[in-house]
Every structure is written in C-alpha cells, then in structure tokens.
Design a protein around this ligand. Structure first.
Ligand SMILES: [Zn+2]
Ligand SMILES: [Zn+2]
Length: 419
C-alpha cells in the first residue's frame, strides 16, 4: 500500500503537507463525492487512508494480487515515510516510489541533492530478499549513476551498502554497522606503546573504532552531506563492541559506515605513531647494546668465578698432597728427636689448616699451614713449634706472616716435580 497516488491534479504524495500539489489531506480523505485516485504502479483505483498510528497512505479499492506495490506493511510505510522526511529535512528533494528509466528500478525513496548532482535510492527492505536479487538491483542503480542505501530490519551479512534499523512506534534507530574513531592519549611519560623504554616519548595517540547506534534522521543527514563512506576499516584497535539489540550480538560485519574525517584521523594517528617509533630507534638500539654488554659482562664474571673455584680446588688438593708426603718424614724426625711416637691432627683450624704433630697433648710441629689463614694469634702459637714446609717458596710466603724468630724446616720433597 503506497504513499503516493495519481490524482487529476498530478502525482500526490501523502508524506508532504500539501501533498506536493498545493492541496490538503482533507481534500482527498473521506470526501464526498470521492476524489478519483489511481495506483502509480498498476493504474487501478485507490482511496486515501490513515493507519491506526496516524500515518497517511493510499489503498487499492479492491485487492490487486498483481500490483508490485502490494504487500507493503505498516512498518514499511512508516520507514519510507521517515526516510522521505529525513531527506527533506537535510534540504534534499525526496520522491516516493520513483521509477527509473524504462522501469529498470523503482526506489522506495529517491533522494536528489539540491543541485541535482547526486541521487541516492533508499530501499526499505523489510521482507526477505535473496542476496543475489539485492546485488542485481544495486547494480542496476549503479548503471544509472544512482547511489543506493539498503535499509534492513535484519543483520547486514555481506558487503552491500546497507544498514540495519530498529523500529518502534515512535523512533527509528540505525543499529549498525556504523563506526566512529575514538582517539585516546596516555598521561605524560606513560605511553603504553613505549613501556620498554626508560624515558618515554609523548604519546602519539591510540585509535580505537567503536560501533555506534544513531537515529535514522542523523544517518540520512550524514549520507546527504557525503559524510559517510561504506568501507573496510583500516587497522586500529577496533573494539568489537556489538550493536545494542540482542539479536545482533556476536556479529562483526566486514564493512562499516564511517565518516571520511575519521578515516583521515586514523591515518594521522598511524603516521604520528610511525614517526615516534622512528625517533625512538636510536634509544632502542642503545638500550639493546647496553643489554648485550650486560649479558657479556655477566658471562665473563661467571667464567672468572668458575676458574677461581677450580684454582682453589687445585690449591687445596696440592696442599693435602704436600701435607701427606711430609707427614711420615716429620713423624720420623720427631720420633728420633723426642723418643716418643707422635700423633697428628689433620687440617687443624687452630694451626691455619696445617697438620698438627703432637706428643701427648703438646703440639711440637705443624706441617704446611696455609699462609692466608695465619692470624696474629696463630703466629704466636706457631712461634712455639717448628713449621715444616715443602719448599723455600712456601717458607717465604708463610714467614712473611709469622714472627721473625719462627723456626722452619724445609723438607726437600722426595717425589719428583716438587723442588
Ligand atoms: Zn497498484
Ligand atoms: Zn600512548
């Protein structure tokens, strides 16, 4: 049931206050005698009607199965009427059920810019239509240089230039897919993009796409002002915030409507990020070199510690070997000198880890004490006994820490290699 009809005065449009012909609705609605009206599509007779919600339209006098305007629901009429009103508010001309050359297309609302340079067909498609049919109709508009916007009440599932609306009696909202760019900046010195650097540059900004819902009027205005493009959004951290209605949840279209200004701003932010990244290259390289130097230094220190541990072990082993070799010789000498059989305390901490040789409870000799362990107290104790060493070299090392009158015996080593 259409919103327009032919009358004797010309085409009349129920969405216009003067019906487009300078006449009032009262002059066609419920008047006697009846005003002759006929359908723009099938030519059969019609009459003016008002829906329970107050929307004006025209109805065939008798049901016409074959009329292409049949089957329009109240929601469809409401939507077409709202689109036409929004187009007119944007300062454009709106023609309802406008037919293209040779009947190639019939637009629910054909919007024409004031200078006539742009034509936009608005198609309120609330009934199911196969996607191939929608594509074919879109192509026919394109051939005639007419832009098209499909208005669905269901999900937009492909790349067609379409929006999904939510209708209720008072309000029509475009639920998507419409995105806006939100640019956020980190606090000074705190940019998350450079959290690995010790001193952070000023934040170049972070772009995030956000899904928005907006009144149909506003969306029609954006299209008329050429302030909405249907495109694949460039990378930004597009937050996958879904359209508000529950039936749209979990659904992310590939193409979105957005403003060219947002696309340009996204570009600006990306360039600013690239520039800041480039200016941080030197700093990042210096940081990396320092880290590499630290790693090398740590490796060198670890190697040195390992070598020192090895040398210490070797020194301990050599000391034990010397003490072991000297022990029987010293025991024999002590026995010859005192006539008693001495006994030994190996690794005696009281005698700087030397082997203490005792007669009864009295220390009479110490074999190879460790020079670095000799304290003043130990030097006092060693002064009371004879210190046995394996070489003059060892004697000099120990003597430098003992009292000047320290007694030494250098035992020439019986085994080869120890002079
Ligand atoms: Zn008809
Ligand atoms: Zn930042």
């Amino acid at each position: 049931m259409p919103l327009i009809a032919h009358a004797s005065g010309g085409l009349i449009d129920s969405t216009l206050a003067d019906l487009g012909i300078g006449a009032s609705w009262q002059s066609v609605h419920r008047v006697r005698p009846r005003v002759a009206l006929c359908c723009t599509a099938c030519g059969r007779s019609m009459h003016a009607k008002v829906s329970p919600l107050g929307l004006r339209f025209f109805a065939h006098d008798a049901a016409q199965r074959d009329c292409p305007l049949n089957g329009e629901t109240a929601a469809h009429r409401l939507l077409k009427s709202a689109i036409a009103a929004a187009v007119r508010r944007a300062g454009w001309h709106a023609e309802l059920e406008a037919a293209g050359p040779g009947q190639r297309w019939r637009a629910d609302v054909l919007a024409v810019s004031p200078d006539g340079s742009r034509r936009v067909a608005w198609e309120a498609q609330l009934a199911q239509q196969h996607v191939d049919e929608t594509r074919a109709r879109t192509a026919r508009y394109a051939e005639d240089g007419v832009e098209v916007v499909w208005v669905f009440d269901r999900l937009v599932v492909d790349d067609l230039p379409a929006v999904t609306v939510e209708l209720d009696q008072h309000d029509i909202q475009v639920a998507g897919p419409v995105a806006r760019l939100v640019v956020e900046r980190c606090p000074p010195e705190k940019c998350s993009r450079y959290s690995d650097l010790p001193s952070r540059p000023p934040c170049p900004g972070h772009g995030r796409w956000e899904a928005v819902t907006l009144p149909l009027d506003v969306f029609v205005g954006l299209i008329c002002r050429d302030d909405a493009v249907h495109t694949v959004l460039p990378p930004a951290d597009l937050s996958r915030r879904e359209p508000t209605a529950p039936r749209f949840r979990g659904f992310t279209p590939r193409r979105w409507w957005t403003s060219p200004a947002y696309l340009q701003h996204a570009d600006t932010v990306r360039h600013a990020q690239a520039d800041t990244d480039a200016s941080m290259t030197d700093l990042r390289e210096q940081l990396q070199q320092k880290q590499e130097r630290d790693v090398r230094r740590q490796a060198t220190a670890a190697a040195r510690r390992a070598k020192e541990a090895q040398q210490h072990e070797a020194r301990v082993a050599a000391l034990l070997e010397r003490q072991q070799q000297l022990q029987p010789i010293v025991e024999r000498e002590v026995n010859e000198r005192t006539g008693t059989t001495p006994w030994v305390l190996k690794g005696d901490p009281e005698q700087a880890m030397g082997v203490s040789v005792l007669c009864g409870s009295l220390v009479v000799a110490v074999i190879c004490p460790v020079a670095s362990r000799i304290t003043t107290d130990i030097a006092e104790r060693l002064a009371e006994v004879t210190v046995y060493v394996a070489s003059n070299h060892e004697k000099r090392a120990i003597a430098s820490l003992c009292r000047p009158d320290q007694r030494f015996v250098v035992v020439s080593d019986p085994s080869p290699g120890h002079a």
